[in-house]
Design a protein around this ligand. Structure first.
Ligand SMILES: [Fe+2]
Length: 425
């Protein structure tokens, strides 16, 4: 076993905690299967681009994570280390990321059998008291890891379905008629010396720690993320053709790939339509805008006379906001309409869209990655990426926290990403 820093309570779990952990394990594992239930075997194998892994690989990799890091011992199939290791150099070589879609074997049925076998072993070990504190901490981590992959299953599947000729639906989803959005308003924050990061107790990823102080000047934050109405106005104003609004790297990419609108937007019969997981439909101006790269988010914010917030500004402004919103469990799987703030709180802080920040994904002062192979989980990606906050409509409810740091390269568009602009005071 590879020791890692403790992420759960310091005492060994009693029978009640063991039963609760077993229930959570079962619920998370079943949820992954539910998400894949509407898919054909063919849907589960296709890899439309290197960043978007097939559902079959996600099903197997999340299972391998429990086998490799919680159970240890004799593997069910030694070849699975090579096939289903994502990026752990300490574990060994692995199939190239871009070739995960080439794995027609093991079959989908074989992967499901592998899942069931590992589930039995994990639950057996849990009830036999065979998992020590470190293994239990890794089990906890494995549940959060699987929830991250639940979101990736949906984002990657959306790219698989949304970029093929017929753009089929994942499943039917309820929608209301297009409308106008709530006006974009601003809330002033006084700033000062603020605290950010996760406290020492309770589960958090290593990249959220340690909690530390930062100096933040007074600023304003939009009361909601931008809506399609603002994106439509940006397009109509020539925003995609005006180099003055763009970061250099973004301008090069937008030119090279001929961006004229966010990902999944296309002109149909003279009007702009979007692909969502229920199929193609017209753009609703009132909806929260999504599938924006950081470059587009930054250009639209600049066009609005604003900028991206830093992650310290975001986290500070989110203080007191209930951790609730349009998460995947609501089953909408698309951002809601831009909402008005209520009770002095910002609207749509959690759920709907991951909000890009201006902050590079970097270690907090005093950051210490987990020991052993799991130290590769977050820390080695702290280069060339930006932090996103708040979770999305594809994130499982209860998965994110105020201190949660997601990260993607600035060019990424296939994730459920949007922007809440900020302004200097
Ligand atoms: Fe993973």
């Amino acid at each position: 076993m590879l020791p890692i820093a403790r992420t759960t309570t310091p005492d060994a779990p009693g029978p009640h905690e063991q039963a609760a952990l077993a229930d959570r394990f079962t619920a998370v594992r079943e949820r992954t299967l539910e998400l894949c239930a509407p898919l054909s075997a063919e849907d589960c194998v296709v890899q439309p681009m290197p960043d978007a892994s097939p559902a079959k690989w996600h099903l197997a990799h999340t299972t391998w994570f429990f086998e490799a890091f919680v159970l240890g011992g004799e593997p069910i199939d030694p070849a699975f280390d090579y096939l289903f290791n994502s990026y752990y150099e300490a574990v060994g070589p692995r199939v190239a990321r871009a070739r995960r879609g080439m794995l027609s074997r093991p079959s989908l049925a074989h992967v499901h059998a592998y899942r069931a076998a590992i589930d039995r072993r994990v639950l057996g070990a849990l009830f036999d008291g065979a998992l020590d504190d470190d293994a239990l901490a890794r089990l906890e981590l494995g549940l959060h890891h699987e929830q991250q992959h639940q979101e990736l299953i949906l984002t990657d599947l959306k790219y698989t379905l949304g970029t093929q000729p017929l753009q089929p639906a994942y499943r039917e989803l309820a929608r209301s008629a297009p409308a106008a959005p709530e006006p974009l308003a601003w809330r002033t924050e006084p700033g000062g010396i603020i605290e950010l990061g996760a406290p020492d107790t309770g589960f958090a990823f290593d990249n959220e720690r340690p909690r530390h102080r930062a100096l933040v000047a007074p600023y304003q934050l939009a009361t909601r993320p931008i809506a399609n109405a603002e994106v439509l106005a940006f397009i109509a104003d020539g925003g995609y053709r005006d180099h003055r609004l763009w970061l250099s790297d973004g301008w090069q990419l937008a030119q090279a790939e001929a961006w004229q609108a966010p990902l999944y937007w296309a002109r149909r019969d003279g009007e702009l339509a979007i692909y969502e997981l229920a199929g193609v439909r017209s753009v609703d101006p009132a909806e929260t805008a999504c599938h924006l790269s950081l470059y587009e988010a930054d250009a639209i914010a600049r066009w609005l006379g604003a900028r991206l917030p830093t992650e310290a500004e975001w986290e500070h402004a989110a203080t007191g906001d209930p951790n609730a919103g349009n998460f995947a469990d609501r089953g909408r799987l698309h951002p809601d309409r831009a909402a008005a703030p209520t009770g002095g709180l910002l609207a749509q802080v959690y759920g709907d869209v991951w909000e890009w920040t201006a902050s590079s994904y970097a270690p907090y002062p005093g950051f210490r990655p987990l020991a052993g192979a799991l130290g590769e989980y977050n820390g080695k990606f702290m280069s060339g990426q930006h932090v996103l906050r708040g979770g999305s409509c594809l994130t499982p409810a209860g998965h994110v926290r105020r201190s949660y740091r997601n990260f993607f390269p600035p060019s990424a568009r296939w994730q459920m990403t949007g922007v809440r602009p900020a302004r200097d005071v």
